[in-house]
Write a protein that binds this ligand. Structure first.
Ligand code: R1P
Length: 290
């Protein structure tokens, strides 16, 4: 059965609907950033750029860094955009866009997120780098897929019990990332931890401007949750769904976080752009070794 036009929408030039990409436009090594302006902060280091396109917040460039063909794509903010980006990238490599049928031989992409994040633990300094070894999904998008096999009910139940999680909110999902990519990015100076992924920036991450929160103590409960050697280290808005959808679709993914805020002690980096630039160079130098 071929996938109907309404389910896999292609533009008149044959590109996928939101990303404006055809299969030949992407590498199998893909860097995700949130901010569309961060794409060129990465590709300015490339020897050459062979392709550029942008539709809405999804800007893509493909080129070469030290003989390695790399695609950089901006996802915008949040889990909903990751649903679009990962499904459309997967369609580019794993669905025959002519016959509209899934391919027999599947391609596994290497996906590296270079993002910013706020630490939840007082001892994680601003301007540090952190690899997400685990992800805590508190936004609910993944529940629309069959997630048996990527979730960890035993740890999730402990978390629900610890936080008295409100049953009107989506059940939290904890994903253990087991990608082979991690070993390429580890070092003595890079921290590791469980990254919480929220579906919003303010209330869902415990920020109060004018609206009261359903649970004003949630961040401190996240802060002091521990199970075996798990500790929730930081908050952002994409990692759990990148990890979840990548596992379901058969791709390898790793999330690298530049910690630019510390929520526990209320501090923000004095030079966030420099910190992100340093993480970009750190990532590029390691990507060439994969
Ligand atoms: C919020 O300001 C955005 O910044 C963080 C969050 O995950 C969210 O996307 O990541 P990026 O800097 O990668 O966008």
């Amino acid at each position: 059965m071929s996938i109907k036009d309404s389910e896999l929408i292609l533009n008149p030039d044959g590109s996928v609907y939101h990303l404006n990409l055809r299969p030949e436009h992407i590498s199998d090594t893909i860097i995700f950033v949130g901010d569309q302006d961060r794409v060129e902060k990465i590709t300015k280091h490339f020897e050459s750029i062979e392709f550029t396109t942008q539709k809405r917040e999804f800007k893509t460039q493909t080129g070469y860094y030290k003989d390695r063909r790399i695609t950089v794509i901006s996802t915008g903010i949040g889990p909903d955009n990751i649903d679009i980006v990962l499904n459309e990238l997967d369609a580019l490599v794993n669905i025959d866009l002519e016959t509209r049928k899934p391919k027999q031989n599947l391609t596994s992409l290497n996906i590296i997120r270079i993002g910013t994040s706020g630490a939840l633990q007082a001892d994680i300094p601003v301007d540090s780098f952190l690899i997400s070894t685990h992800a805590l999904d508190v936004n609910g998008m993944l529940h629309f897929y069959q997630i048996d096999g990527i979730n960890n009910p035993e740890i999730e139940d402990k978390f629900i019990e610890h936080t008295h999680w409100d049953k009107n909110k989506a059940r939290p999902i904890i994903i253990i990332n087991s990608t082979y990519l991690q070993k390429y990015f580890e070092s003595n100076t890079v921290l590791k931890g469980m990254t919480g992924t929220a579906g919003g920036f303010y209330g869902p991450q415990g920020r109060v401007l004018r609206l009261p929160l359903q649970d004003a103590n949630l961040n401190s409960k996240l802060d002091n949750f521990s199970y075996k050697d798990f500790r929730i280290t930081n908050f952002e808005m994409e990692t759990s769904v990148i990890y979840g959808l990548s596992k379901l679709l058969g791709h390898e993914a790793l999330s690298l976080n530049a910690i630019i805020a510390n929520r526990a002690n209320g501090t923000f980096s004095q030079h966030p752009k420099q910190t992100v630039e340093q993480l970009i160079m750190y990532a590029l130098e390691r990507i060439v070794n994969i």
